[in-house]
Ligand binder design. Structure first.
Ligand code: FAD
Ligand code: DLZ
Ligand code: SF4
Length: 508
């Protein structure tokens, strides 16, 4: 009996659960480029190109490997337009007795497959350290979730960076050593380049023709689209960037959008690399004495800690997680998020970089664009839509808890115990943006003052009832209350004026 094995665009792992369960002699594998997936959000052009190119490359590999593969291109006349419809078509065509797929990384598709009249069996996605069931057991009975406790359990369970029962280097956390601003003149190894062969060229032309109005530039496309290229990206990172990853992971430089970051999230999220092999490569570099503990730990924390934790929260909290709005924020996302047309140098840099590269590193996402949206009180659903659209690595299981949870506090404190907000001083300390800005980061109020300054205090004042008693924020409120009444009024008046200009669509 023939079974139909469905491989989605972010399930490009040869050892994924559905392919592992399949029989090459009798089963048929299907993959489909479909409009519905290309348009559930206005994906960045580079993200569309990456998914389609990587799908086509993976399909070639499956065929070479001897699988009976049915691949649907976006332009095929018989393309049914959505994944459920394509599955139905291929099921009819092959007379499949059963349909197997790895459970998708999004409630939307899981529900669609569950509701399909066809018998679609969704297998647990075991390309993670921590299964959904394991995370459920960790969360059970806890009053609050904290990534740090989950992460330590994962370290013990995997043995990564462990020396017996103790953490390597004598501590679980080296964050205090990892908050250095970067220097513009440091020598940094140029990023690897990935050949745009005929397959990639064809996809780039297709995306340019079919999605001309989507956000983003295509010309700078330079992402690994195959496992071999992703392995090269990993090796490059471990050899050249990992050593300095830790100390400079929060730094931002106008002329260096990547610094020592790995740019591996897309390859990980679409299945070209496994989190285990990435962490093991980092462990090996640490064991060989090539990198310091604060970099090895800082990096493994991101993958074994944050990445697994975010996925756990997304599936634990259920489909309504993305609709939460604990702070009742309702402002429309400012239009400049799509154009970069703002006088705030930090926002302009983060947004134009995002347009050109489909990439911004964590601190740019959290403390620049996310921070501004949170301070300005933007509707978290609109903020989530933006992040899901514009980044190369954006899939809802990881985008939503980072945006709704960590960045916008829309989940009311599940992901983070306090909101990630800052005034301009933090951005000034960690970047070189402010020296080239039309605004004055030292001015706290009045025309020309950095917008983050007045908005920061206005946010605290407007949410005083919720945050005043938070022990991690008490000091900030004491500081605010000690300022003289006139200075406080000036800041609140500046914030009000700024928000009025924002609502009127004026350039800020
Ligand atoms: P590095 O800084 O080099 O980190 C190494 C790896 O750690 C990353 O490749 C990634 O796999 C993992 N990682 C680091 N931080 C996180 C995190 N907070 N959550 C999950 N994994 C993490 N990451 C996504 O993969 N997809 C998203 O859609 C996404 N949306 C985000 C939205 C917001 C508002 C914020 C604040 C963060 C978001 N992140 C997202 C997390 C993080 O910003 C990216 O994973 C990282 O910037 C990717 O670049 P890199 O590979 O160079 O990462
Ligand atoms: C993101 C994406 C895009 C743009 N296109 C496709 C596609 O044409 N076919 C497909 O199988 N998958 C695609 N994907 C990935 C899915 O959207 C992804 O599997 C779900 O969002 C679940 O993570
Ligand atoms: Fe951003 Fe304010 Fe600095 Fe300008 S002054 S770059 S708006 S933090």
């Amino acid at each position: 009996m023939t079974r139909l094995i469905v491989v989605l665009g972010d399930q490009l792992s040869h050892d994924g659960a559905a392919l592992r369960a399949a029989d090459k002699a009798s089963d048929v594998v299907m993959m489909a480029e479909v409009r519905s997936e290309a348009s559930y959000v206005g994906h960045h052009k580079q993200k569309l190109a990456l998914i389609f190119a990587a799908m086509r490359r993976f399909a070639d590999e499956l065929e070479r490997d001897g699988w009976d593969l049915r691949y649907t291109r976006l332009s095929d006349a018989e393309n049914a337009g959505s994944l459920p419809a394509e599955i139905a078509r291929r099921s009819d065509e092959t007379g499949a007795s059963e349909i197997l797929v790895i459970a998708p990384g999004e409630w939307r598709l899981r529900t669609a497959f569950e509701q399909s009249p066809l018998k679609i069996r969704q297998l647990p996605d075991d390309r993670f350290f921590c299964s959904e069931a394991r995370f459920g057991r960790w969360a059970e009975g806890r009053k609050e979730f904290r990534m740090e406790w989950f992460y330590r359990e994962m370290r013990r369970e995997t043995g990564l960076l462990m020396e017996g029962d103790a953490p390597a280097g004598g501590a679980w956390n080296f964050d205090k050593q990892n908050r250095k601003p970067a220097q513009a003149d440091l020598f940094r190894e140029p990023a690897p380049t990935f050949r745009k062969d005929a397959l990639v060229q064809e996809v780039l032309e297709m995306v340019a023709a079919e999605f001309p109005d989507n956000f983003g530039t295509l010309e700078t496309f330079n992402w690994p689209v195959s496992r071999a290229q992703a392995e090269r990206a990993l090796a490059h990172f471990v050899e050249h960037n990992l050593r300095d990853f830790g100390p400079y992971q929060d730094a931002m430089l106008h002329d260096d959008p990547v610094l020592y970051h790995a740019k591996l999230s897309a390859a990980l999220n679409i299945g070209l690399l496994s989190p285990r092999e990435v962490c093991e490569a980092v462990q090996a570099a640490y064991d060989a004495g090539d990198v310091p503990i604060q970099s090895a730990e800082g990096f493994i924390r991101q993958i074994l800690g944050w990445r697994e934790y975010m996925r756990g929260i997304y599936f634990l909290e259920g489909p309504d997680y993305t609709a939460r709005n604990a702070l009742r924020h309702a402002r429309d996302l400012p239009w400049f998020y799509w154009t970069g047309e703002t006088d705030m140098a930090c926002m302009r840099a983060a947004i134009t970089q995002t347009r050109d590269l489909a990439y911004a590193h964590h601190i740019q996402r959290l403390m620049v664009t996310g921070n501004f949206a949170l301070l300005a009180g933007v509707d978290p659903a609109q903020v989530q839509e933006w992040y899901l659209a514009v980044y190369i690595d954006a899939f809802e299981w990881v985008e939503a808890p980072n945006t709704a949870g960590m960045s916008q506090f829309a989940d009311g404190g599940i992901v983070g115990s306090k909101p990630y907000i800052s005034s301009g001083a933090y951005i000034d300390r960690m970047s070189d943006y402010c020296s080239g800005c039309a605004y004055d980061v030292r001015a706290k109020s009045g025309e020309g003052a950095c917008p983050f300054n007045s908005l920061y205090w206005q946010f605290l004042e407007r949410h005083r009832a919720r945050f005043e008693s938070n022990p991690r924020m008490a000091l900030i409120y004491r500081n605010w209350d000690r300022q003289d009444a006139q200075a406080r009024d000036d800041k609140l008046a500046s914030a009000r004026a700024l928000l009025e200009r924002l609502d009127a669509g004026d350039r800020i």
